[in-house]
Design a protein around this ligand. Sequence first.
Ligand SMILES: [Zn+2]
Length: 467
Amino acid sequence: MNLLFAFFAPVMYLVFPEVRESKFHEHALPGAYYGPSRSTESENYCDVWNGTRFFAIHKGCLRIDERGVLALSSRTSKVAQPFTKDADADSAADLPNFDQWMTPALQKPISQQSAPAVIETELDGDLTPGDPNPITPFIVFLHAGHRRLGEFGHYVRRLTKGKARVVAIDTKRRGYAHNVLLPRVFAWLKQLCALALCIAILISAPCSPFAPMRLERSTQGPPVLFDSANPDGVKLANGEVHPLAEGALRLHRQGLELARDVHAHGGGVVVEHPVNHGADSMWPIRGREAHSTLFETTIFRDFTNDVPGERVFSDQCAAGAPTRKTTQWYCNEPMLTPMFKYLGVLHCPERETPDHPWPHSKTLVGKNAAGEWNSEGSDEYTTTLSGLLALAFIDGKDFTRSTVPVTDVFDDFATISTTPSGGPDADATAGGGTDNTDASCDECADDNDDRGGDVQIEKLGLSLIHI
Ligand SMILES: [Zn+2]
């Protein structure tokens, strides 16, 4: 058995319970393999470098992934052999993966691990057109974002022990097979939403076309597509609606049509959108007086006639988001009470708490040093928010009649608790502070300016307008 590993391979090492200060202390920390131990004669110990010092760790108490380091030894590694021709170069090494135990002395480190990744066993599979319809009650989540642990569907699966699921739709997950603007995909979603088993729909459509930051003409940002004078999209010189606005509306129209179908058979409907920051709003911002949102468009007003409901408001910072991100959730009658119960309690405490840094220092305005928009990636729900949404959507529902067996081998090693932190049991962060919504502070009120979103809208919408 080989007792040496590749030098400086990344590891996660156990922090013994005796030296943990509390149960919130990390159980394992990252480090780098630093050779055999110099302080312990047993060959079962190695040294680990943690960035400031090295120390002995029992080899049974660390997970190591040598693949990245070993890949450097290849003669066609572009990193170590920069003159390698691109055509001959190895593909990039995988990122370290500590999902499961691996025995480096017995398992080939170059190969992929044969056991399925935790994400595969923890999450329901994504569906695409043509897949069999779900046989358990399900919630359609339109524009769900990337597939990840701690997402909405993960919580629904855990809380219902697999007796209900989420059908998550997003081009970030399954590409064109999830593009609601393609007729085939939309037809598939229509028939899903018409099923009695479809108990609810959650829509989180891209909000970047309505971002208040577009109104700042001084910054060379993207064009204004909607304002209070043109709630249905600004017009071009030739009198036509701006094609980007048209593309955005098209995307929303599809989602709202699906929501109508779910509502028609008594299902729950929730449509999420950032709040209005215009002059007459509850969250006015200087310079954004003309802000207009999806909820001011004619297609949405028509929708509220067909699907009567009310809005619930949340500050997403109270659920772990780096900025305030005040959000409105348009809910139909069946969803209103649970959404008020779980989401309506999220309110920026406007002071520092263990879960809530204050003041909000992260800005979504402008670009960072690397030239990326600061708002990039700010549109995905935090784990806490996903958990609260799951609680709201399954609230008061009985899934016990379902007889589908559940295989959940990870119950003993739950990667998430079923009660999200900051959730209903931890209402210390919710409802605190004052009701003063001083939204003149750009840091906490500006949000969701996903300027890269234009590209996505363009990809989704413009290329399809003429089909
Ligand atoms: Zn806050």
